[in-house]
Design a protein around this ligand. Sequence first.
Ligand code: ELE
Length: 281
Amino acid sequence: MEIVVPIVTPFTSDGKIDETKVRTHVENLLKKGVDIIFVNGTTGLGPALSAEEKRKMFDATIEVTDKVIFQVGSLNLSETMELVSYANKKDLIAVASYPPYYFSIPKEFIVKYFKDICSKSSNAVYLYNYPSATGKDVDADMVKEIGCISGVKDTNPDFAHTLRYKELGIKTYNGSDSLAMTSMASGLDGTVSGAGNYAPEILNQIRESLRNGDVGSAIKNQFVLIDLVNLTKRVGQFSAIYELVEEFQGYSVGYPRDPIYPLSKDNSEKLREEARKIWKK
Ligand code: ELE
């Protein structure tokens, strides 16, 4: 029952990655019971980062822990490969990639993309599958065909779809906040939760309740998490996470990156107030 957090990427007001804030955030999450840090995911605004910025996020994180999954995907395979080679010199859990998105390409190209990454990587290679965002579903059959994927994060409301990867015997995580409890209770390796940036305690409580056989309490906490996530979605989920880390964890993770604009003062205040009501700590 691992808790994986796809961390936010903290930017300074002039758009640079704030590595000190990355380290502070990672240290705190680990203290709060998070097992693995996923860098450059969706919450980390991965598709909006340059290769250099992705590497910086990885460097800052690995200074604190080797329990890292390094998302290296992009539409530019040569940049992706540079990051794969860079990671070869380090000790980490895995490199991961979403499939090449945006372009309509045949399945064989996607299979080849992952095979190419595997052939270059001395680390484990994980798939980041997020069909509603990428427009591509790299399902269990395709993973079987690729043949070298050893883990998957499936951000997918279709839990049966996620379970099929587990049948292949690979590390399997579901990445939907609303399925965090289900992911931990149902024999997957754990959950990947963006809300874990600001509410790692809730994920930990869910896990503790499941370990103690208290399903009722786990469900209660899952619904608190769902209410918080739904609240963030009303104002801009990814911008809101920056606000709620400060609100609930007590330190700043800087700014998001335009066009994931920071929230207006008004929205920020309302968000924080409503979030406090939902999660009475
Ligand atoms: C998810 C979102 C999904 C987290 C990442 C993640 O950031 O890399 O609530 O399911 O829409 O993409 O947090 O959130 P839901 O895997």
